[in-house]
Design a protein around this ligand. Structure first.
Ligand SMILES: Cc1ncc(COP(=O)(O)O)c(C=O)c1O
Length: 382
């Protein structure tokens, strides 16, 4: 069994992907070829944004957002600050730091694992420039509350929608819930390409123009460089793959939701299963349970031949690279207890749209069995 079975997907959609790739091989316009524009139009229409600027990865999407908004090293007063969650993939914090700004961590909500809006305002300082909620595992954060706080303080909101493309929050699409939405097309993401890829969404025309220049060496015209940018373009071949995959995406999202429901029905009495907050859907990038004795459960799952993953074992404020920042900010173990508890307990199970019913049942049975076994051994040793 695979954690994400891209071969099974390819068996289903391969003919469309091959046809799209062949077209690129015929025209040979590998950099910003026609598929890139076509994809951007389709993606923008899908999320209802005025603009989609595709780029080379979800990581670049975040960096481009900071560059375009001018969030960085700041002036004499010190670096700009970006409020974000410590319970995320490293790129979220990494790009804040790479842009020259400072990540300021705020704890998460226990349901949904996203930035807790109740705790944001206390972290705002005169240097705060943006709030960066992450729609973890595919579920959007409490975006209306976060946008309201940002409006009150004149801040931008950047949604890290790397895991949530396809999710809906109060009738609006993830990626188009804030000033800028950033997503990833990493192969294992709900909408993934066959390499690296990403995109930003926004409704402001000037911001979109700036981002288009930034992702292509700050060029406003050929060899006319008006900004310091990056080589952050999405390959034409990856755009072609995504155009083919988009044809199946709604079907796949439905399958993911059905698989999540089935897992929950089978597991809810054995472990803490994921919950959705009201008025939203998840893209189910991950199906993540919580268990007491994770190491034992992981080992038992491995013995049963079922892959699992931990997203993510170490919250950002406890990462070695942030030790100096943590000292400066007074962060230590215990500073963000909800994130830290989640990091110790979460375990993601195989999740992709082509999981078969018997596979789901096998995974659920193995989880139930291993949880019971680890509880038994705890009882015995206690
Ligand atoms: C929350 C989050 N942010 C950012 C990224 C970075 O995306 P990419 O791998 O496309 O650079 C990822 C994906 O890996 C992610 O999960």
């Amino acid at each position: 069994m695979e954690f994400v079975d891209l071969r099974a997907q390819y068996r289903h959609i391969g003919a469309r992907v091959d046809a799209r790739i062949r077209r690129v091989m015929e025209h040979q316009r590998f950099i910003l070829g026609p598929e890139v524009g076509e994809l951007e139009e389709q993606l923008a229409a899908r999320v209802g944004a005025r603009h989609c600027v595709s780029c080379a990865s979800g990581t670049d999407a975040l960096l481009l957002a900071f560059l375009a908004l001018g969030v960085g090293a700041g002036e004499d007063a010190g670096p700009d600050e970006v409020i974000t969650t410590p319970f995320t993939f490293f790129a979220t914090g990494e790009m804040i730091t790479l842009a020259g700004a400072r990540p300021v961590f705020v704890d998460i909500e226990p349901v949904g694992y996203n930035l807790d809006p109740e705790k944001i305002e206390a972290a705002i300082t005169p240097r705060t420039k943006a709030i960066l909620p992450v729609s973890l595992y595919g579920q959007p954060s409490e975006m209306d509350a976060i946008n309201a706080i940002a409006d009150r303080h004149g801040l931008a909101v950047i949604e890290d929608a790397a895991q949530s493309f396809g999710a809906v929050y109060r009738g609006r699409h993830s990626g188009n819930l804030s000033t800028i939405g950033c997503t990833s097309f990493f192969p294992s993401k709900p909408l993934g390409c066959y390499g690296d890829g990403g995109a930003c969404f926004m409704n402001d025309d000037a911001l979109a123009g700036t981002m288009r220049e930034l992702r292509n060496h700050g060029q406003s015209g050929r060899y006319r460089h008006t900004r310091i940018g990056i080589n952050g373009r999405l390959d034409t071949l990856q755009a072609a793959v995504l155009l083919a995959k988009l044809e199946f995406f709604d079907e796949e999202l439905t399958a993911r939701a059905e698989i999540a429901d089935r897992y929950t029905a089978l597991l809810k009495d054995a472990v803490r299963t994921p919950r959705l907050l009201p008025e939203r859907t998840s893209a189910w990038a991950q199906y993540t349970i919580e268990v007491e004795d994770r190491e034992a459960v992981e080992a038992a799952m491995k013995d049963a031949g079922i892959p699992t993953a931990v997203h993510y074992p170490v919250p950002l404020h406890l990462q070695p690279v942030y030790s100096e920042l943590a000292r400066e900010m007074g962060w230590r173990r215990g500073s963000f207890p909800v994130a830290e508890r989640a990091a110790e307990r979460v375990l993601s199970l195989p999740m992709h749209p082509y999981l078969r019913p018997e596979e789901i049942e096998r995974v659920a049975a193995a989880v139930t069995h291993s949880v019971q076994r680890s509880a038994f051994s705890v009882q015995k040793s206690g």
